[in-house]
Design a protein around this ligand. Structure first.
Ligand SMILES: Cc1cc2nc3c(=O)[nH]c(=O)nc-3n(C[C@H](O)[C@H](O)[C@H](O)COP(=O)(O)OP(=O)(O)OC[C@H]3O[C@@H](n4cnc5c(N)ncnc54)[C@H](O)[C@@H]3O)c2cc1C
Length: 464
């Protein structure tokens, strides 16, 4: 599998992975053409996942700016078509308690408000008619051992006090009788507004909205190189309309069969960003494989044996998290960490390991088989936060990355904020928007660090 820490290209026109989503989403919308000529554009967006699509949509609808998206493979070929479909009010992995210690309550509140806006935008876009199989609302954060109960209770208290967030504590007994009966669940907190969808259908819905609003998408068109044009020699003779604070051509994007000359560029490649892609983001991300398995449909007897009533989405409190949900056709989707390197991604060991955890959580499912298994690169940031910022001194190139496995709703907010920045509008003065992704110290040792974290996580999750 493509490994962003090793490869200079995510491929050209690669097929979607053989995931449950790909097999249960109906026919893919007609894919756009590949770029086969040189073009000159106002805004070029690299990557057609949620971030790129949202940015293009918001540029068109809110700023009357037409964007051209360049996608190496197909729309939502990266994380956006492979994730677990949990729509949560979240941004990265940094807990609010840590934000408050670092920046104070007011900044934490403003960041929380950004996540609320992100969720609202997703809900609003879905309500325009995106058919993405939303399930009943509710997200359960489950204590995976007794000592974590006080931790989740404290989290619920903080969220209620500070943000009046609708979060309730569910005891171990209530979990067993009203949600599911797992050996590894000792209580939970329930967020009333999270829910599950089909993430690929969601992305295809965004694609339709962006195209209808006027955006253009080129698939099978990987950007191989981003070249900055000397400011002094650009712009002359340009006949495209000017906007914001620049009417000059500032970048050339080289694709296999065409060159895109653009005034502004957005890098929306997140965990799929190729190795050494651009100085603004090099060595600032850690792509980590997350693995998903989906079982065959469970029988009513199997569901009742583990009392699996809920279709709320579920994640546990481990450092090395597991997440799961019951899909509309009564299969269980179960996810957790995958291989460390891309070359091992398809080794059945990783799917088997998840199945073992599933079975140890629900012993009555000891006979269950897996129908689908796939993985994808989530994008970890050193400070556990996404950053949506300019990547050059002039403000002609922007990037958004670092959702840390929590980007289904926030990437849409990120796309909206990117559009505002491109249009020259102010965005909230928050670390998300005014600080670059921090560089990893000793970046060539990122995989060693990841391995070390996995060892630490195993010990912590079991013993502390
Ligand atoms: C297994 C898994 C489960 C997850 N579950 C959840 C979840 O339940 N909830 C949640 O909130 N988040 C989840 N996430 C994370 C979430 O999916 C991502 O945060 C989100 O999809 C990021 O969207 P994006 O548009 O920024 O990036 P992506 O969707 O990854 O899109 C990047 C695109 O850039 C393209 N690209 C890369 N390089 C180039 C290039 N040189 N030229 C042109 N195109 C290029 C890629 O082909 C890719 O299509 C999960 C992720 C994984 C992998």
């Amino acid at each position: 599998m493509y490994d962003p820490l090793k490869s200079y290209s995510p491929g050209v026109g690669e097929r979607y992975p053989n995931s449950y989503w790909f097999n249960h989403s109906g026919p893919a919308p007609k894919q756009s053409n590949k770029l086969q000529k040189d073009i000159e554009v106002d805004v070029a967006i690299i990557g057609a996942g949620y971030t790129g699509l949202s940015c293009a949509y918001h540029l068109a609808t809110e700023h009357k700016i037409k964007a051209h998206i360049l996608e190496a493979n197909q729309t939502a070929w990266g994380c956006s078509g492979r994730n677990a479909g949990f729509i949560l009010k979240s941004t990265g992995r940094k807990p609010y308690a840590r934000m408050i210690r670092q920046w104070g309550e007011s900044v934490a509140k403003d960041i929380y408000n950004e996540t609320c806006e992100g969720l609202e935008t997703v809900n609003q876009l879905i309500s325009t008619g995106i058919d993405c199989d939303p399930q009943a609302k509710g997200y359960l954060r489950v204590a995976h051992k007794p000592s974590m109960v006080k931790v989740i209770k404290a989290q619920a208290k903080l969220l209620k006090q500070l943000f009046s967030y609708d979060v309730e504590y569910i005891s171990q007994n209530e979990l067993k009788t009203d949600y599911f009966d797992s050996r590894h669940a000792f209580g939970a907190i329930r967020f009333a507004d999270g829910y599950g969808v089909n993430p690929l259908k969601l992305a295809w819905g965004y694609q339709n909205l962006a195209i209808r609003a006027g955006a253009e998408i080129y698939t099978a068109s990987p950007v191989e190189k981003i070249i900055s044009i000397d400011q002094a020699h650009s712009g002359a003779g340009s006949n495209t309309r000017s906007y914001a604070n620049s009417d000059k051509n500032n970048y050339r994007l080289i694709t296999p069969e065409g060159i895109v000359t653009a005034k502004k560029v957005v890098i929306a490649t997140n965990g799929y960003t190729p190795y050494q892609f651009h100085p603004s983001i090099n060595n600032r991300m850690l792509p980590v494989l997350s693995q998903i398995i989906v079982t065959r449909p469970l029988t009513s007897a199997e569901l009742s044996n583990c009392n699996f009533i809920t279709s709320n989405v579920v994640m546990d409190t481990r450092a090395l998290k597991y997440y799961f949900r019951k899909l509309p056709d009564n299969r269980l989707l179960f996810g957790g960490r995958g291989a460390i390197n891309g070359k091992d991604a398809e080794d059945p060991y990783y799917a088997d390991r998840l199945l073992k955890v599933l079975k140890s959580s629900f012993p009555s499912l000891s006979e269950v088989k897996v129908d689908y298994s796939w993985s994808g690169w989530i994008c970890m940031a050193l400070d556990d936060l996404p950053h949506i910022v300019k990547g050059d001194a002039q403000g002609n190139l922007f990037y958004s990355a670092g959702y840390c496995g929590n980007g289904v709703s926030f990437s849409v907010q990120a796309g909206k904020r990117l559009a505002q920045q491109i249009a020259g509008q102010a965005v909230p003065n928050l670390p998300l928007y005014n600080q670059s992704l921090p560089k990893f110290p000793l970046p060539s040792l990122r995989r060693v660090g990841q391995w070390g974290y996995f060892q630490y996580g195993k010990v912590k999750d079991r013993w502390f």
